[in-house]
Every structure is written in C-alpha cells, then in structure tokens.
Design a protein around this ligand. Structure first.
Ligand SMILES: Cc1cc2nc3c(=O)[nH]c(=O)nc-3n(C[C@H](O)[C@H](O)[C@H](O)COP(=O)(O)O)c2cc1C
Ligand code: SF4
Ligand code: SF4
Length: 262
C-alpha cells in the first residue's frame, strides 16, 4: 500500500512507478482525507509514503494524514520516497521521529531530485529545460534500484540530498515558512484567463471554485503551485513573484515549457 501526495506530478510519477514495480495499491492522500474513512494498518503489509519535500520536511498535510492512521500493528516494512528540487535537509530525521511518535519505525528512506516547482520567493526559479530533462532521466535510472532495494527490504537512510545547514533549514526555516509564507491570498488572475477551469481541476485540495468564469481561492492551500503551473494561459500569479518565471508540471509538453522560459 503506497500513500502518496503530489502537487505538480513529480511525486505522482515516482509513486506510480514504485506501485507498478512493487505491485502495490496506490492511495492518494487528499482523496483519502476527503473520504473521511478511518485507515487501519494491520501489520502484515508493506507501507510506503511518497511525497514532495516542502521546506526541508514532509508537507504538513502528509503528517496530519499519517497522524490519523490507526497502526493496529507495526507494518512489516515501512518506507518513504520523497522528491525534492534540490535538498531534503533533515527530512529523514524529522519524519522518522514523527513516525516513532505514531508507534512505527521508518525502515528505509529514499530521495529523488526532480524539477523545481516552488518559485514564490525572489531568487527561486524553475530548472532550465535541460536541467529538467537531466533530473528526470536520472530519476528514471534510479527507480529500478530503489524498487530492488524495497523488494529486498533493505533498511537504512538512502538519502543523498541532505545538503548543507540541514538543522537551520529543517528546524528553523521550516516553521517560518509555514507561519509566514503558505497562503493563497497572494494568488491573482489576469485578463488572459479564458475561464477553462483547469486550475480548479488540478488543485489536489479542491481549494478553487470557479465564480463567474474566474478562479476563487478558498483558504485551504498548501502552495503546491499546481494551479499556477497548469494554467494554459499562464494567467495566474502569486503576487508578482511568479511573473515571467515560466511553468512546469511533470510531462508538460516540452515545446511549451521551452517557449515559456525563453
Ligand atoms: C511549497 C513548496 C516547498 C518546497 N520546498 C522545497 C525544499 O525545501 N527543498 C527542495 O529541494 N525542494 C522544495 N520544493 C520543490 C519540490 O519539493 C519538488 O519540486 C517536488 O518534486 C515537487 O513535487 P510534486 O510535483 O509531486 O508536487 C518545494 C516545493 C513547494 C511547492
Ligand atoms: S486555468 Fe487559467 S485560464 Fe483556465 S480558468 Fe484557471 S486561470 Fe483561467
Ligand atoms: S490552490 Fe493552487 S497552490 Fe493552493 S493547493 Fe490548490 S493548486 Fe496548490
């Protein structure tokens, strides 16, 4: 059983590949949350969590979801596979401690470097099309080894993307990030919006309503940026921070991605 969350498709790709290679069922965390049904783990199965790194940590919506799972018995093997644009910081450490508090052990932790999706601050930008491609190619090469590792029930921290100053990032900047930056208030839409509604359909949290042909954000946002990146008119911006920075989502047609970043 693989529980997954993704905003822009990177982690969905990894989750789907792992599920296919390991013959596991996929459960999309926001959908499971919306269904409201209690999840119980009975100990005889493999459990995986796949998610993007937000502020050098597991996204809050992922840990909030896991906190509600009833672990009747410890899973036979529990792994996490995360995607990040650059660095994971101390995600392994904070996530394994969080799981310990839920009464379970994180047996293995894998990380994948994927194209960047977060561009809401000055200096934060997307990968170039070349770097986008080389990251995805490298992940495609990495996946079979990770599938073999999980099949063999390898145990350990296999993260090679911790990066520098992980304590500062995961313990000090992360709370600031959640406290000060995560909000949908800065989102705005310009006149090129054609009312297609794709932004609303692509929001994993169903946080967008279409009102009189324009998106309206409802305050339950994790800043995954899926609405921004999927807009076919590039009509959405986050304040002015995203203006002219281009768009990306997994499997976005490359020609369009190039055009947008030239
Ligand atoms: C809100 C937010 C915070 C992010 N924080 C980090 C981070 O701390 N370190 C990092 O390397 N990438 C960070 N990223 C980039 C994503 O982790 C990365 O692009 C990931 O593969 C996106 O996965 P998704 O397509 O499944 O949403 C962040 C992205 C978002 C949207
Ligand atoms: S995806 Fe873009 S064009 Fe379509 S409704 Fe949303 S903002 Fe408008
Ligand atoms: S409103 Fe946009 S940024 Fe916020 S959760 Fe939905 S898709 Fe992600």
């Amino acid at each position: 059983m693989i529980f997954w969350y993704s905003g822009c498709g990177n982690s969905r790709f990894v989750a789907e590949q792992l599920a296919a290679g390991l013959n596991q069922e996929l459960i999309f965390i926001p959908e499971a949350e919306r269904s409201g049904s209690e999840i119980e783990i009975n100990g005889d199965e493999m459990v995986g969590f796949v998610f993007p790194i937000y502020a050098w940590a597991a996204p809050k919506l992922v840990t909030d979801f896991i906190a509600k799972i009833r672990f009747a018995k410890r899973p036979e093997y529990l792994f996490a596979a995360v995607t990040c644009g650059d660095e994971t910081g101390y995600t392994y450490r904070t996530f394994s401690r969080f799981l310990q508090k839920q009464g379970v052990i994180l047996d293995a932790f894998f990380s994948f470097k994927m194209p960047e999706t977060y561009i809401n601050l000055p200096g934060f930008k997307l990968d170039t099309p070349q770097s986008e491609k080389s990251k995805i190619d490298a992940v495609k090469e990495q996946l079979p080894d990770v599938i073999t590792s999980i099949s063999k029930r390898d145990r350990g921290n296999f993260d090679e993307l911790k990066g520098g100053a992980p304590f500062l990032k995961s313990y000090m900047l992360k709370p600031l990030f959640y406290g000060l930056l995560i909000s949908d208030k800065p989102f705005n839409v310009n006149d090129s919006c054609n009312g297609c509604g794709r932004c609303a359909r692509e929001c994993p949290l169903q946080n967008i309503n279409m009102v009189e042909g324009r998106p309206v954000w409802n305050g339950n946002c994790t800043n995954c940026m899926s609405c921004y990146h999927h807009c076919p008119k590039n009509a959405i911006n986050f304040g002015k921070q995203t203006c002219g920075k281009g768009q990306y989502y997994f499997n976005r047609p490359q020609a369009t991605a190039n055009e947008k970043r030239e």
